[in-house]
Design a protein around this ligand. Structure first.
Ligand SMILES: [Zn+2]
Length: 751
């Protein structure tokens, strides 16, 4: 909520938390440039702030694994032709000039960039016996940069297929699956001995010849989708896309990952293996399991596409990494080249777009990683990407201490339901692959617009010690929950936590078996009266019960001059509850308009169910409100979500940022103090395409409560590179960020 005078007065009166205006005015030294009213608002906003936890103990940098200290990563993805023309020194000089700590160099597996002796590791046709990989490694090492040995185990050529037909992925009819773009390459099956024999042979050859720091595979495991293969091995496995398949898939990924990691360590104990884990909440590999073994979370989430159009795609990925890695190293790849449905791998993308992706990387706690495809093209045909990355890296280097995150500041946990994201096909009324994507985008958009501080929480990480941080958990249609997970959520509520859930949440178990009743029925106080009802014509409405009642529920705040509000596209019919706040007016005909009126204008079916017990508040939305908000942008749905989130959290915040514009706010504890990141998405290109330019924002006021005994020493804005006046009264810290271009970071140093 953006506070203004009216809402402040209203809120103050309704909660009794307000302090008299005059004393509030005098409680703090005025912030220069703020109007008196803003001073009051800032002060009173502080009344609802939770206190930040005691600061974490300092970490001995010397004891940290080396990858934990990386801050900048560079890559020119090498092409077959590069060995003929690439200037190795110019390549290494660029990344060195940008301050890269580590660079990716291609070993591959499809085409060898060195004179490999591994059978079927075909030499590139321009290699001519040259040790291109070795030269690149030496050039990087000479300049003090570490090296990632980059491999691609996903494709190989006809001679390998002839000798090893069992290596290929197969269609249902037994035919070989080939690359969609170059049919000379077949797709290798991850369950075949290709992964057991061939990949380790290449890794061991590299270790025997070169000094590399770690190994990485591109193209495996798959991102965002599960493989579908009908080879002799796979036809004995459960069907792809099922929970049972997902388990054997994860077992195989874990097994290979652990073995490759062991091979990486055969030469150097501090080396390791890692692979792509992008796909954000819909990553193919189980993130809970992999997060426990991965030393490096490689988020291969390189840019916006037509099907993933929201500007926050990178920071959404960062929140996933934060949920999984718990302080271990994460990096997100920013494509300097043109990503998208129509792509140009050798042409630079809009600088404003590339910059924003890098901004989001830092803001969400990941390490920036800049990437262009083709060194030949990148150092001759199109050089525009070079200053964008170098300038960004060089700026970030000056502020590493503040940009390195330790712990997120958040009081809302959004359950990310990875199995639902990956395996649930949507309700019977809407079978669509994008169903959960739209749900995620809807809740994300709503949380940003409300400037809530939230984390993602993985469904397999619901232990009390993790959840105790959160005032409320949100379950946006987390359809699949095991009995154990349901119990963990109930335990969380029993210990005082609050919950907001929607639609089919807990209607399925972890095996995608439909339950007769919600797994969380007793917690949510609901009981199913039928299966999902969709929309054919006019969607349903939510009728405000007793709109004139003096004790209107807080979730109805702002709904004036109407008896009903927009419902959602789909809903679960529920049995009646006592004193419902919103009831369902069922959908009806939209066209012809003559028939566009409700057949039944009043029912006793609840559209929302609200419960309160001690400090726990429970809200269940019968409709798919988050997703319908994403599809429509309807303000009723946004207001309902905001009101409900504010209610379940008792309107408590850990940080308050007030000002105009659509921003994404992420706040962190850092070694020097705290960092408040503000990403300015107020832009006509925020929901589609790429940013063309920036539309700066005016003042944003920041208020937070520091732990007892912690004093702010200074506040500076890192993009503008200026000190900011601040005031601290007892534990309450307050300051104003005057202007936000595309991105600003308020860095607080504490004593
Ligand atoms: Zn197979």
């Amino acid at each position: 909520m953006t506070l203004n005078r009216r809402t402040f007065l209203k809120t103050g009166l309704s909660t009794g938390a307000a302090i008299p205006l005059t004393s509030a005015l005098h409680a703090l030294e005025p912030v220069p440039g703020l109007r008196a009213e803003e001073q009051v608002i800032a002060t009173v906003a502080g009344q609802k702030l939770g206190t930040l936890p005691q600061r974490m103990k300092p970490v001995d940098a010397a004891a940290m694994p080396w990858q934990q200290k990386l801050r900048r990563i560079g890559q020119n993805n090498m092409t077959e032709h590069d060995p003929a023309v690439m200037d190795v020194n110019a390549w290494a000089d660029y990344w060195h000039s940008a301050g890269a700590d580590i660079v990716f160099v291609s070993v591959t597996g499809i085409l060898a960039f060195y004179p490999s002796k591994v059978k079927f590791h075909r030499h590139g046709k321009f290699l001519n016996g040259r040790d291109f990989f070795g030269e690149c490694v030496a050039a990087a090492k000479k300049r003090g940069m570490r090296v990632v040995a980059r491999m691609s185990p996903d494709l190989n050529w006809g001679d390998a297929l002839e000798a090893h037909p069992e290596w290929a992925m197969r269609h249902k009819d037994g035919s070989v699956q080939f690359s969609g773009e170059d049919s000379r390459l077949f797709k290798t099956c991850m369950f075949s001995s290709y992964m057991d024999d061939y990949v380790p042979a290449v890794m061991r050859e590299i270790n025997s010849l070169y000094d590399v720091d770690c190994f990485y595979t591109n193209g495996w495991p798959p991102i965002g989708t599960l493989p579908e293969c009908h080879c002799a091995i796979c036809s004995k496995l459960p069907a792809s896309g099922t929970p049972a398949y997902w388990r054997v898939f994860n077992d195989r990924v874990l097994d290979l990952w652990t073995r490759y990691d062991g091979i990486a360590k055969e030469k150097k104990a501090d080396a390791f293996y890692f692979a792509n884990l992008g796909g954000n909440v819909r990553c193919a590999a189980n993130l809970d399991r992999l997060g426990k073994v991965a030393a490096w979370f490689q988020a291969d989430n390189q840019g916006r596409t037509y099907t993933e159009p929201a500007i926050w795609g990178c920071s959404l990925q960062g929140r996933v990494c934060n949920a999984i890695m718990e302080g271990k190293f994460s990096a997100n790849v920013t494509a300097a080249y043109s990503t998208g449905v129509v792509g140009w791998r050798n042409a630079s993308k809009n600088p404003a777009e590339a910059d924003m992706w890098l901004n989001e990387t830092l803001a969400s706690g990941m390490v920036p990683y800049y990437h262009f495809v083709g060194s030949e093209a990148g150092f001759s045909e199109d050089r525009r990407w070079q200053p964008v990355g170098r300038d960004y890296f060089r700026w970030s280097e000056k502020h590493d201490a503040h940009l390195t995150t330790r712990r997120s500041i958040a009081n809302i946990g959004v359950i990310m339901g990875q199995s639902t994201q990956l395996l649930y096909p949507g309700p019977a009324t809407v079978r669509a692959r994008g169903y959960m994507d739209e749900t995620t985008q809807g809740i994300y958009d709503a949380l940003l617009r409300g400037r809530f501080a939230f984390d993602f929480v993985h469904e397999d990480r619901l232990e009390p010690e993790r959840l105790s941080k959160y005032r409320a958990l949100l379950l946006p249609n987390v359809a699949m929950l095991s009995d154990r997970q349901c119990q963990q959520i109930k335990d969380y509520v029993r210990s005082g936590g609050s919950v907001m859930a929607s639609f089919e949440t807990s209607l399925y178990d972890e095996n995608l078996n439909r339950r007769a009743e919600f797994g969380l029925a007793d917690l949510l106080g609901i009981s199913k009266a039928g299966d999902a009802i969709g929309t054919n014509g006019n969607a349903y409405y939510a009728r405000i019960e007793h709109p004139e009642a003096a004790d209107r529920h807080p979730i109805l705040e702002g709904f004036q001059d109407t008896n009903w509000i927009a419902g959602a596209q789909n809903r679960i019919p529920l049995k009646p509850v006592e004193r419902p706040v919103l009831t369902v007016v069922p959908g009806f005909v939209r066209y012809p308009p003559e028939l566009a009126y409700p057949a039944a204008s009043h029912t006793d079916q609840p559209a929302i169910v609200l419960r309160e017990s001690g400090s726990s508040r429970i809200a269940y939305l019968a409709g798919d409100v988050e997703r319908t908000f994403w599809l429509t942008g309807h303000g009723d749905l946004l207001r309902l979500l905001h009101n409900t989130i504010r209610w379940v959290t008792h309107d408590e915040r850990m940080i308050q940022v007030d000002g105009d514009g659509l921003i994404e706010m992420l706040a962190w504890e850092t070694a020097p103090g705290y960092a408040v990141h503000l990403l300015n998405y107020t832009n006509p290109d925020a929901h589609h395409g790429w940013l063309q330019s920036t539309f700066p924002l005016g003042p944003q006021t920041v208020t937070m409560r520091l732990p007892a005994g912690v004093k702010a020493k200074s506040v500076e804005v890192l993009k503008a590179e200026q000190k900011v006046p601040f005031q601290q009264q007892a534990d309450l810290l307050h300051f104003t960020v005057r202007r936000v271009e595309d991105y600003e970071v308020a860095a607080i140093t504490v004593a």
